[in-house]
Design a protein around this ligand. Sequence first.
Ligand code: HEC
Length: 182
Amino acid sequence: MHVQPKYLPLRQSDFFADGRGSRTPPEGTVARGQLREDTYLHTGLIDGKPGDTMPFPATREVLERGRERFDIYCAPCHSRLGDGNGMIVQRGFRRPPSFQEPRLRQAPLGHFFDVMSNGFGVMPDYAAQVNPRDRWAIAAYIRVLQFSQNAPASALPAGQQMPSPSPLQVPSTAPSVPERKE
Ligand code: HEC
């Protein structure tokens, strides 16, 4: 089984006149999964500028996937909160900016996609580790982190206050238990 007449990729061959085992693919051939028909999904750019929309809906599932991927690939430096105080930074790596900086709060989604795809300053790119869909999921989750620490009071559902009172100060609504008489 181990030794059998077959060609390994790019191995030499006496059979073809050009001496190569692999044939040149016909012009226009696209490898499976590499069509990249959806330009925005793969670049985050619209007319050369980062766009501010998701290429697919940011469902709860997408955001949860984004959180999982963020916590794996980004939190070591950016921290789970996105404040730039991750463990690697605490051990001496350059501190990234907080995602709460006004400039990054206003940055379009496509900017985050671009930073992950191409790197930024000393930050390496994550194109090999994180596929395009997951990069968008992370970008959407960065918006969640930004919103979670900067939500306007008007965004709260009716009946809730902000900042939340400490649970210890909230009057208990549980019916009081009458003291038992021995
Ligand atoms: C090894 C540490 C490290 C990891 C891991 C890392 N980053 Fe960064 N990131 C940095 C540093 C450092 C900077 C600042 C780079 C600079 O200004 O030279 C930065 C900058 C950024 C910026 C700001 C760009 C700007 O416009 O200022 C974004 C957005 C960002 N990172 C997103 C991510 C995301 C998303 C991930 C996960 C896929 C990630 N980073 C993973 C270190 C890291």
